[in-house]
Design a binder for this molecule. Structure first.
Ligand code: NDP
Length: 339
């Protein structure tokens, strides 16, 4: 896709945000997987060549250095200019104390080897040390420090991630700067219509993470609702447009007016996932996609439920970290990465 054919969103601070991005979280630690040191760097280079202008990373992902290497090499090659790229990174839970926000962003910028990021997000409303203990910082205080780093020009835009409607309302009514962007999980099983409506009213652009949700069997928990990628109805729709099921799923998300940030480190998929701006679903097809919305979360950090700032519905307050291990349909068992 040429960058010109990709939808862009006007943020409430006047800046533009490209309507699709590349995700770079490598996922939960798997017992049978080793991270190669250049797999994300390669993916970001392929992405820029394929027309992506928006890359999503975070300090906790441990991929900022690879994202930065790819971007700086592509800029040096003359393939793209810094001002044409949109780079998002995120403040981790261990740096919510206001005086730690600027050092945390400087650290991210150092790893990225960039002078500024386009979007800096509070990753979660929860303040928590790396050893897992919660500490008491209200996200309203953290937000004031976010405003300060934006004033310094180190983050052109600022926003939040994993905030619920009540938290957004509280943030908006208690501070001078409205978040420009909210990043939350959006996929077929979790379409969040009320949250999207609220953000539309407030002029907050929404980025949708984990856009594929549970469509791939190796990612779907046993209890995850359908559909899977081989669902005959989805395969039919995909064939009709000469696209793949992952592509029509991303297309549906684009038509919800959100910005999907699919992650892949596979070249053909990097190219495939952005090739979704040359067709449009019918109302009937959108209705089918809508019927898969089951308010089901793929990313649900139940071990954080005891935090006063846990953003989601609490399920079982007595869950321990071990009980939060995730069992997948293919038998893989993964533990959430706490670092
Ligand atoms: P995704 O929904 O993007 O799914 C990623 C998985 O799908 C990978 O296993 C990838 O495989 C596979 N895949 C991608 N494209 C295709 C395709 N066309 N066909 C078949 N398989 C495909 O999950 P993520 O959880 O990674 O979410 C995306 C991004 O959102 C993250 O990378 C991160 O940047 C962000 N995020 C933010 C969070 C937050 O708290 N703010 C939480 C979670 C995610 P492979 O790579 O092997 O090709």
């Amino acid at each position: 896709a040429s960058p010109g054919s990709i939808k862009t969103f006007k943020l409430n601070d006047g800046r533009d945000m490209p309507g699709i991005g590349l995700g770079t979280w490598l996922g939960f630690i798997s017992t049978n997987r080793n991270t190669k040191s250049d797999e994300v760097e390669n993916a970001v280079k392929w992405a820029i060549d394929a027309g992506y202008r928006h890359i999503d990373t975070a300090s906790i992902y441990d991929t900022e250095d690879q994202v930065g290497n790819a971007i700086n090499k592509k800029i040096a090659e003359g393939a793209v200019k810094r001002e044409d790229l949109f780079v998002t990174t995120k403040l981790w839970n261990d740096a919510h104390a206001p005086y730690t926000v600027l050092p945390a962003l400087r650290n991210s910028l150092k790893k990225l080897n960039l002078d500024y990021v386009d979007m800096y997000l509070i990753h979660w409303p929860i303040a928590q040390y790396l050893n897992g203990t919660f500490y008491d910082v209200d996200y309203l205080e953290t937000w004031e420090a976010m405003i300060a780093v934006q004033k310094k020009g180190l983050a052109k835009s600022i926003g939040v991630s994993n905030f619920n409607i009540a938290m957004l309302e509280r943030l908006i009514s208690n501070s001078r700067v409205k978040p420009a962007n909210l990043q939350v999980e959006i996929n077929l099983n979790l379409q969040q219509p009320e949250l999207l409506e609220y953000c539309k009213e407030q002029n907050i652009v929404v980025t949708g993470y984990t856009p594929f949700g549970s469509i791939f069997p190796n990612r779907a928990r046993i209890e995850a609702p359908p559909p899977r990628v081989d669902d005959p109805k989805l395969v039919d729709i995909a064939n009709k447009y000469n696209k793949t099921v992952p592509q029509i799923v991303l297309r549906y998300l684009v038509e919800l007016n959100i910005i999907p940030i699919p992650k892949t480190i596979t070249k053909s998929r990097v190219e495939q996932n952005i090739d979704i701006f040359d067709f449009k679903l019918t109302q009937e097809e959108r209705d089918l996609f809508k019927s898969y919305d089951k308010n089901y979360r793929t990313i649900e950090p139940k071990m954080w439920q005891e935090s006063p700032y846990y953003p989601f519905e609490k399920k079982n307050p007595s869950l321990t970290h071990d009980e939060n291990l995730i069992t997948f349909s293919n038998g893989n068992i993964l533990a959430p990465k706490l670092k």
